[in-house]
Write a protein that binds this ligand. Sequence first.
Ligand code: ADP
Ligand code: MG
Length: 294
Amino acid sequence: MSLYNSSSVPSALIVSIVNNKGGVGKTTSTGILAQLLAYLGKKILIVDMDPQCNLSMMFDCFDRESPEIIRGLSAPNTLNIADLFKYRYRTAEEMHAVIRHTKIHNIDIIPASKRHDNTVVDILLRQTGNNNIILKRALSVIRSEYDYIIIDNAPAKDVLAVNSLFASDQVYIPVRLENFSYEGLRETLDSIIFIKEEHDIDSLNFGGAFITHSETNTISYRSAAENYAETLGNKFFRTSIRKDIKISEIEKCFRPILEYCPNTNAVFDYSNLLLEMKILDEHSESILRRSISA
Ligand SMILES: Nc1ncnc2c1ncn2[C@@H]1O[C@H](COP(=O)(O)OP(=O)(O)O)[C@@H](O)[C@H]1O
Ligand SMILES: [Mg+2]
């Protein structure tokens, strides 16, 4: 669903995928949801906010920079999210220079690099202006060019996470049942509520949480899922993403999932999740329903 601003210019729905814990499926969810939306003919921008650069690697857009460049001792050839924050991009021209086309039709990316490790310090060194809305302001100048912008976040609650929430309309939390995941979810929800209240972000909605790496036929999964459903009510998605070995295969050496393994569980589960999220228009929804029931 595209949102329409007051001048009726179509404008992307901006979505953040967050969890204060790593390894829960943020990057995977961003990458696969983007590919499904692109398959439905939507124009997608994905934003890699994590200096680990996994999303950029997944889409084959990762630049291995020299240690001198990473330490800021010589100039980089290519631009990425670190430059957007460092130089506070705010024009369409600057944004077009940092956005790259990926090999997948309809998906563009703002990649990350190891230099992005320095971004929080770069932001804090320049105390002038509002440090929380750098990303929001930058995305606003190219927002009308996309149907969806999906931001993949690092597992942190720093100024970058605040930027991501400020820029977004919806936030989704993937969770994993292992490793104190309930505490992870609680902590992440608390920090979203804190950031929303502390910074008066009215525009942000919590879309909901979903379980990844699930083993749906186990008793522990069923009882955990019941607990989540009780606590979160309609903010807990009934669709979970099952454990699927194909996911690590496509991530190791970049392969588009819909070409490599279109019938795998991950495609089916993320398609159902997209339907449950209710962010599609009717036409796209019926295409997706037809293709997963085929
Ligand atoms: N549903 C799944 N089934 C199996 N492996 C998965 C699944 N989702 C993610 N993974 C794997 O789990 C690891 C962590 O996922 P990732 O998306 O990178 O988490 P995060 O971005 O939250 O750190 C990756 O190696 C990824 O390939
Ligand atoms: Mg990640």
